[in-house]
Structure formats: C-alpha cells, structure tokens
Write a protein that binds this ligand. Structure first.
Ligand SMILES: [Zn+2]
Length: 328
C-alpha cells in the first residue's frame, strides 16, 4: 500500500492500484466554437459510451488498467461523461483541470476576463477549487493539471496559464501534464514551472515525440521531468519510426524511468469534426492499442528491453503521480 492516492473520475484510488497506464487519450473533444455549429450536435451519450466500452475492452486485453484523459476545460471537457464511462466499465480514468493554448483554446473569454483583473491568481483559484471540491457541483475531482503552449514563443497568455498551473500544483500536490506543438518549447515550460517552484518530477512535458531533437529531449530529462512520447499512431504529423528511434535513444542514455507513452487518440468529437474516410485512412494506426500491437516489437528491435518497456507503461505513471524521486 502506498499512502498516496490518485483522483480518478470515480473517486480516489491507491497509487499502487493505478497499474498499466496510457498517459494521454481522449474520450471526447470539442474545439472551442463547436457549439456554434448549429447543423451539428453533441454525439449521443449512449453512442460515446458504446464506443468507449469497445476501446477500453481492447486496451484491457493489453493489460491497460488506467488512462489520463487530459482534456482541458475549454476543449469540450465533460467530466460527467467520463465518470459514466468509468462507472460503466470499471476502468480508471483521470481527468484534468486546465486551459488550452492561446491559438486553439478558449482564450477569447479568458483574455476578456483578465481585463477585469485576477488573471493567473483567479485561474489558479478555479483549478484549486476543481481539484479539491470537484468540477462545478459534480463532486468529480481532476487528478492532473493541463497546460499548453503553441509558439514560436510563449506569450503573456500562456505564461499566465503556466503560472496558474504552478500555483495550483504547489497548493494541491497534483502533477502537471503539458501540451507542446511539434515538440517545441517544452524546455521553456519546464523552466517557467520549476521557476515558480514546481518540483521537476511533477511535470510531464507532452508531445515530445513531435521532434527527434535528442538534445532537446535530454535537456528535459536532465532537468528532472518526464518526457511524453504520447502521439504514437499520428504518422500524419511525424512517422512512428522516428518516434521509435528517438525513444530508443533516450532509453540508451539510461532515462527509461522518465518516459510516458500514449497516442493522444480522440474517440468522439463534438460538432462536425469527424474525419473524412480519406483522413481516417491516413491515421489507420491511431488507436489506443497501437503501442502494444505495433510499437513494442519495433522498440524491442531497436534495443529497448521488455523490462524497460514495462517500466515505461507499468511503473513510471505511478511514480509520476506519487512524485517520488526518479531512479537514474
Ligand atoms: Zn491531447
């Protein structure tokens, strides 16, 4: 028994019960503005639940017991739907509190709100409220804080979000998961968050597999944070073979304990964002079991051991949530 609990959408669990975990998958996403598309509506709840049931059964066949769905507040997050799926399947789902990057998030509202004062402190207060009391009046508590940046540099808006995430993380002890564009600025996120006092091992810099820049990866590793290789199957953004090669290189430097993996799949979209058949064909491998079915054999070929792969999917997520020191 560990004495650390992790908040899932159906309540706290002992960290030791987390088990094999995918660090970044989405049951449902809605781009800000989706609800202004009056020709389309939210997918029916029962349909979402049926799809989730199938996906989760497939994940379970590979031993997966938990996943993080780090949908931020402004991307159509629906924690009650997540809780329904978790209750229906018995699968462990961790949801997030947080706001998305400036160019694709709900920044219009938050910029308007900031004109009336508050900004980072006000947003942090909201995060802390969600983390301690639950989202709205649902009683559902997020287990992770999401932040996101776009680039080419981190401007005032995203700096405010990083600061708010840092305040909330320090206050509650809940770790931070980030989005980066094309594996860029993760080192800068790490600098800003740790600069505000967040311990480096409480941060996973997401989408690091968007680049093969080994020095960038090792900079984040040496800074003491986790590196997210969480877009396997998105060959449309970058070929998986480059992700495999970059991951194997990090492992060869003795840093397997600092990797988290996932696919960033989206199972249902709000509004009319369902990909066309042609687009669907381009992301044929973009499923939440792709890592186990097709990437693991490639990693073994690239010199990563079974033990190292187990460390990445079975042990690193638990240690990330507990905040324990990372073995090097
Ligand atoms: Zn995502």
């Amino acid at each position: 028994m560990s004495d650390v609990t992790i908040q899932t959408v159906t309540g706290p669990i002992d960290a030791d019960d987390l088990g094999r975990t995918l660090a970044h998958e989405h049951i449902v996403v809605g781009w800000p503005g989706w609800d202004s598309d009056s020709l389309h509506r939210e997918p029916a709840r029962n349909d979402v639940i049926a799809i989730a049931r199938d996906r989760i059964a497939e994940m379970r066949s590979h031993g997966v017991r938990s996943m993080i769905d780090p949908c931020p507040n402004d991307l159509g997050r629906d924690v009650e739907l997540l809780a329904e799926v978790a209750a229906d399947t018995g699968f462990q789902i961790v949801c997030a509190t947080g706001l998305y990057k400036e160019d694709q998030g709900g920044s219009a509202y938050w910029k308007f709100r900031a004109q009336m004062g508050g900004s980072a402190d006000y947003i942090a207060e909201m995060y802390i409220r969600e983390l301690t009391d639950g989202v709205g009046d649902t009683g559902i508590r997020p287990g992770i804080i999401k932040v996101a940046t776009s680039g080419p540099t981190i401007g005032n808006y995203e700096t405010m979000l990083l600061e708010a995430a840092a305040i909330a993380s320090i206050e509650t002890g809940v770790p931070i998961l980030t989005h980066t564009d094309e594996g860029r600025l993760g080192d800068e996120q790490q600098r800003i968050l740790t600069g505000h006092g967040v311990p480096a091992q409480r941060i996973v810099v997401g989408h690091c597999c968007g680049t093969s820049d080994h020095a960038y990866h090792m900079g984040i590793v040496d800074g003491g944070s986790y590196v997210g290789f969480d877009r396997f199957g998105l060959d449309i953004l970058k070929p998986d073979e480059q992700r495999v090669e970059a991951l194997a290189k990090i492992v060869s430097k003795g840093a397997a304990a600092q990797l988290l993996v996932s696919h960033d799949t989206v199972w249902c979209w709000k509004g009319n964002a369902v990909p066309s058949e042609a687009a669907e064909a381009m992301v044929a491998n973009w499923t939440p079991t792709h890592f186990f079915e097709r990437i693991v054999p490639q990693l073994l070929d690239a010199g990563v051991s079974e033990e190292q792969i187990s460390l990445i999917v079975d042990e690193n997520p638990r240690r990330f949530f507990t905040g324990e020191a990372i073995p090097r």
